[in-house]
Each structure stands twice: as C-alpha cells, then as structure tokens.
Design a protein around this ligand. Sequence first.
Ligand code: HEM
Length: 456
Amino acid sequence: MEPYDYYYYILLPIFFFLIRSLFHKPSGRKLPPGPRGFPILGSLPHLGPNVHESLFHMAKRHGPLITLRLGAISTVVASSPEVAREIIGKNDYAFSERTVPDAIAAQPNPEFTLGWVSGDHAWRNRRRICTTHLFSSHRLDALQHLRYEKVQQLLNHVNKYRNTGKAVDIGKVAFGMSLNLVSSTLFSADIVDPEFESAQEFKEVVSHIMEDGGKPNLSDYFPLLRWFDLQGIRRHIKSSYKRLHEILEEIIEKRLNDRAAGTSIIRNDDFLDVLLDQCQEEGSGFDRQNIKALIVELFVAGSDTTAITIEWAMAELLRKPSVLQKARQEILTVVGTERPVQESDIDTLPYLQAIIKETLRLHPAGPLMLPYRAKTDTEVLGYTIPRGIQVLVNAWAIARDSNYWIEPMEFRPERFTGSTVDYKGLNFELGWSLWWWPRSFRHLVGDFQKGLRRRS
Ligand code: HEM
C-alpha cells in the first residue's frame, strides 16, 4: 500500500463524521438538554483529565440529566440520585447493556466477563457461580483466615519500614495486598511476593492492563477509527492480555495435573477448583479457555479498586488528624491493645465503618461506574433516552450533590454515624453500586465486603 493510501483511510471516516455532524438533525424525540459541542469532536474539548469532574461541572450548567456528544458517541449522563434511581433502579432492564471500550474488547473471550456483557442467561449463570462460591457468606467466612494473613503481611511490612524510618508507598503495598487477596481466594496462592519488594510479572501485567484500559482512547470516541488503533492501545493491551492468559494457563495446567495425580493436597476447594468442576459439567458453558476471562476480570476489577480505596482512606486520615485520633480511640476502647483488630470486631466499630463509607462517597474507585447502553427507547423524567445511546452514571457527582449532603466536599465520617446508608442496598445518594447491584440487586463487592462484617 502507498503511504497516501493510509491517509485516505484515516481521513475518510473523519470526513464522514464532519458531514454527519454538520447535517445531522435530532429526531422529534425530546432528548435531555446539553452542551452543543463542536463539529466532529462534540464536547470532547470540554473534558479535562478527570472526565467525571468535567461532567459534574456540565451538569451544574445543564441539569442532572444531559445529552452530549463525545466524538461520534452520543451519551446521556445522570448526575443526581433521582436520575440514577430512574436509570439503574426503575429501568434497570432497559439499561442492562454495556458499551464496551476497545481496550476491553481486545482481550480473549470478552463475552465471558461479567461486567461487559448484557444481563442475559449466561451472565446470570456466571453471576450465580461467583455469588455461591466466591462471595457467599459461607465462603467469605471460610476464607477469613486468608484475609487476616494478608493484612498481617501488610502490617509487618509497614512496621519494618517504620523501624528504619523509610516512607511506605501505601498505594503500592495496598495494590500488592489486594492482588494477593484475590489470588489467594481464587488459587490458594500469593501472586505477589509477600514482602511486596519484587513486583512480579503478574503484577506488572495486571498494572499494564489497568493503565491501558484507563487511557482515553480515540477508538472509543470514533468507532470507525478502531481499525487503525491510532494510539496503539489495542496492540499494547493485547500483548498484556496474552501474557496474562499464558500465566493463567500454566496455573490451570498445574492444577489439572495435581488433580489427575490424585494426591490429598490436590483439592484446594478454591474458586479455581469450582471453575474447573464447572468445565467438566455438560452444558455449563464453561471451558478451560473462557474461565480465564472471568479470572482476569476478577483480578482487574478487585485489586485496583480496593487499593485505591485504602490509599484514599489513609490520605484522608493523615489530612484530618482529629478523625484519625477518634478512630484510634474507638479501637482502643473496643479492642484494646492486647490483640489485633479482627473481622468480627467490625460491627462494634461504627466510626471505622463510617470512615470507609465516607471514603467511598468522596473517592469512588469507579467514578463513572461502567458505561451502560440503552436497550430500548426509554422515557426518563419526561425525556426520551434513545435505544443504543451510551449512558453514564456520574457517581462522583451524585455523591457531591448538595441537596443530599451537607458540606459535600468535606471528609466528615460523622455524617454516616447513625445513618441507614449501608454497604449494601439501594442508596442512590451515594449514586453508585458498590452497595447495590443494578442488574440483580446484589453487588459482588457488597457481598465481598460483607465478609468484613460479623454475621450473627
Ligand atoms: C472498594 C472496592 C471496589 C469498588 C469501589 C468497586 C466498584 C465497582 C463498580 C463501580 C462497578 C460497576 C458497577 C456498574 O456499573 O454496574 C463494579 C463492577 C464489578 N466489580 Fe467491583 N468494586 C470493588 C471491588 C471489587 C472486588 C473485590 C471484586 C472481585 C474480586 C469486584 C468485582 C466486580 C465485578 C465482577 C464487576 C462487574 C459486575 C457486573 O457488571 O456484572 N469488585 N465494581
């Protein structure tokens, strides 16, 4: 191909979008209001590095339900508890599809993930397996010792640094601990060195995937450009996914060999065993290839989110010594100094719980959640949200809504003491689904976190 042929292929779609955006007239349906936007680019030039923040400011100007164009992608953004209730509560079926970013679609078998597929029968089956074998109260109780162990490793590491006067990179150690939490739950093994010193390949590959997955990608705003992968994100992330799948393949191979050998150590009864059992069941839909997509997803969804939340909680405590002091006092009074805090103490530590809730309110690890897509034309608060349009729920903005929160920008855990807002349930004021599950009213993380609380 001659070099100018490439220009032709790149310029043609751009030309197409220019013409389309100049002449495209909205249909008779009443779309939510929003900024006008530029030809071709739409509102992209108005977005800063933190998209959720830019959308928060747009919502202040145009209202809690806005339509805008991000490149070629028409998007509706919900930024108030009322609108979130309509979209992911009342009309959850109509918004049960996802728009899938190009970086996510680049992985092998994306159709076997949980977060990126529509809520169909196969999805429900995968959810059921996860809920029963990974996040049920029974499983979480049974695995309490693992979480205790990982937290102890983290504390030992911090103490070691404290004795030498060296600074601790909380984000880094929290990420290592979170990866180990997920890997010990899935494989009964630590993926990262317990001392967190030598970041192993697995950790690096997962980090690369998260980095690439988080980059703004032209291919997502101009789907016709996907083919060109102008920023090379698809190419790069594909090689990370490939390597991750190879590592998982080795783990699976080893486990299958152990099982075939029939020795007593073989049966770990961890999530990998559960998935391999499923692979042997006729008609289960699981096989050795596609379970890897689910495992990768659990690593990616579960590690960074947890680490970011821990890092923010620590940052806020350091910024607010009075809050730190109060939390310390509560622990001293309830637990004392003779033993470490355990999961069974959490119910009796309401201030500590309030700190976690306040951290999740102000610093949600998924500020825009995952993008939804309208399955059908749907009426919301007198507007039509047309079929196929991308729908974002700005949890970051919702949790800063001054109609619901007094001094919303302040980190004030006291707002949660005595409050009914919990880790689970429908809490639209928090605006997001850590505590609830739009498509099944039970969020994995809610269940996961439930393991941190005592059950009678
Ligand atoms: C503080 C920790 C966490 C936060 C803040 C968080 C946040 C979120 C958010 C906002 C979503 C998108 C919900 C939506 O758009 O409908 C999500 C989905 C998901 N999360 Fe988490 N998460 C956390 C921990 C975890 C953990 C530990 C796991 C598993 C090991 C996990 C697994 C998932 C999965 C599989 C999905 C996709 C579910 C689906 O759509 O079917 N998350 N999470």
